[in-house]
Design a protein around this ligand. Structure first.
Ligand SMILES: Nc1ncnc2c1ncn2[C@@H]1O[C@H](COP(=O)(O)OP(=O)(O)OP(=O)(O)O)[C@@H](O)[C@H]1O
Length: 528
């Protein structure tokens, strides 16, 4: 995320808002300069000049501030459009990247982190720029009064910049802590509220409240700590700012007493020193905020990087064999799985068995390249024995928990590709979903309600089974895809699925001997 990209996202609006910011600053500076004439007319008790400059002062100052307000509105609009663009890029990256991402991480990436970046990076950058314009135009006019004052302002500005740097690190740490604790809180909410119905049934109130309170408490402490650091930084900056203003007004007084400046200049200098030092104070405090968001910005920029999808891949349709050699995987908790060497030929129907925890699902994830083996490899070869690098997205994979989307049953089978609607109807029958559909008034057009779970476990499995068939994948990996379907229907579904020319590897427990016979062979895993 960068400020220049924000501006470039709508160049015309960016130019308009910068122009408005400059014009606003110029008008405010000119308005303040009229205070000198007002002061001088007061000294001379010249009511006409006094009234004339009061009117000018009012019109120019109010005009300048209104234009600044319009500029800040344009800026807010620009930011919201840019954040929308960032959200789109992050979503695209999450879609394309190989690693799967936790839902709560995505929620945090797309909401809280972006809001924090707006508050701690984009808006501060704008405040800095508009303050710099105010400072520059005010200093330019102060210069017409006295160079001594300008030199003093510059010296004080350096002091104001250097001192707060010393206390910016703790604020940076505190900002990162807020993001981390927010993520942890979202994570806790997701993990525990997923099973809220079970917790209610068993009345697990105190544990739920305890874990949520614990996580919320950490988030609260992180936020409070950050506010404390912000306040400490502000108090310190305010102290320096106030002292600098007093020193400038004091010097202006001395210059008037020594007749180096007209009496009325005292009023203008008072306002200019307010604008300049409040501006400098804003610059310094906003720089501190920007520094505090550096790590967060790095994370967001990484989330926006384009994933390289140009890796040359062959079509999965060309594979003749898929095999595993010397495959092992070691998990971070130290658990190690060792797989027997295997070779599956195109078109074969394999029943993958083995006791719970033997590594059946893990083997699928290795074939899908969702997990990387610690040793050995999975290889695909074509009919001439040439190694292939197939597009693994073309594998029809059914995980243990069928994943459905908010759409109709038909859309869940076709995955929103209307040209497959006829095939969806055909395969809905073949996976024995037909009778289930007659119970829904809208049949295959029934909306899947993910909140109310209007489809049974078995019906959900039938939907995803039909999905792999509709896409005619050459390699289908099914992980306990019929575990929630009764034995009679499982027999028919298997017969229909295994008639296709695709290679099928099917993980199942408790199949009847008749069902076993439908497969070409069994590949059995044993625990090491
Ligand atoms: N990400 C992981 N981190 C740590 N251990 C893991 C991870 N994934 C799997 N395992 C471990 O690997 C072993 C094999 O798991 P896997 O899910 O492949 O078994 P399975 O044969 O499919 O079992 P089941 O029949 O019960 O589904 C288990 O002991 C599991 O705890």
């Amino acid at each position: 995320m960068s400020f220049s990209k924000l501006l470039k996202s709508n160049l015309i609006r960016a130019v308009t808002l910068i122009f408005a910011t400059v014009l606003g600053a110029v008008l405010v500076a000119i308005g303040n300069s009229y205070l000198t004439n007002i002061g001088n007319s007061l000294q001379k008790q010249d009511i006409n000049t006094f009234l004339r400059y009061m009117l000018l002062f009012f019109v120019v100052l109010v005009g300048g501030e209104s234009i600044e307000f319009i500029a800040s509105y344009l800026f807010a609009k620009q930011v919201q459009e840019y954040l929308h663009e960032v959200r789109e890029r992050v979503t695209r990256k999450l879609f394309l990247q190989k690693e799967t991402t936790k839902i709560t991480d995505v929620q945090n990436d797309l909401t809280n982190d972006l809001n924090m970046m707006n508050d701690n990076f984009l808006t501060p950058m704008y405040k800095i720029i508009s303050s710099i314009f105010n400072i520059v135009f005010s200093i330019a006019i102060v210069f017409t009064y006295s160079w001594i004052l300008v030199v003093l302002i510059l010296i004080l500005a350096v002091v104001m910049f250097v001192l707060p740097q010393l206390i910016s690190k703790p604020l940076e740490k505190a900002t990162v802590a807020v993001s981390e604790n927010n993520q942890a809180y979202l994570d806790t909410i997701e993990k525990w509220f997923k099973g809220i119905a079970i917790l209610k049934r068993y009345n697990v109130k105190s544990k739920l409240f305890h874990v949520l309170a614990q996580s919320s408490d950490k988030l609260e402490k992180a936020n409070v700590n950050r506010s404390k650091k912000v306040s400490q930084t502000s108090i310190f900056n305010n102290l320096v700012n106030g002292s600098a203003q007093v020193l400038i007004i004091f010097t202006a007084g001395l210059l008037i007493i020594t007749k180096s400046m007209p009496f009325g200049a005292f009023f203008s200098i008072g306002n200019f020193s307010g604008v300049i030092f409040t501006g400098l104070f804003t610059v310094v405090s906003q720089i501190t905020l920007i520094q505090s968001s550096k790590q967060l910005n790095k994370k967001i920029t990484a989330n926006m990087t384009t994933v390289d999808t140009t890796v040359a891949s062959d079509s999965l349709a060309d594979f003749a064999t898929v095999s595993g050699q010397n495959l092992t995987i070691k998990f971070p908790n130290g658990e190690q799985l060792r797989f027997p060497d295997f070779e599956v030929k195109q078109g074969e129907k394999i029943l993958l068995t083995g006791e719970s925890g033997a590594g059946k699902s893990t083997l699928f994830k290795l074939i899908l390249d969702e997990l990387t083996p610690s040793s050995g490899q999975i290889t695909f070869k074509d009919k001439n024995g040439k190694f292939l690098k197939p597009n693994l997205n073309q594998i029809g994979y059914i995980p243990q928990d069928p994943v459905l989307f908010p759409g109709t049953i038909q859309e869940n089978i076709t995955l929103f590709n209307d040209s497959l609607n006829e095939k969806a109807k055909y395969w809905a029958e073949k996976v024995q979903l037909g009778t289930d559909l007659t119970k829904f008034p809208q049949g295959i057009k029934t909306k899947v309600d993910l909140d109310k779970n209007n489809l049974s476990g078995g019906q959900r499995q039938k939907v995803v089974l039909a999905r792999t068939q509709v896409y005619e994948s050459k390699l289908v990996l099914i992980d306990e895809g019929t575990s929630a379907i009764d034995s009679k229907n499982t027999q028919i579904i298997l017969q229909n699925l295994l008639q296709s020319s695709a290679t099928v590897i099917f993980i199942a427990h408790n199949l009847t001997p008749e069902m076993h016979k439908l497969f070409d062979r069994e590949l059995k895993l044993t625990k090491a």
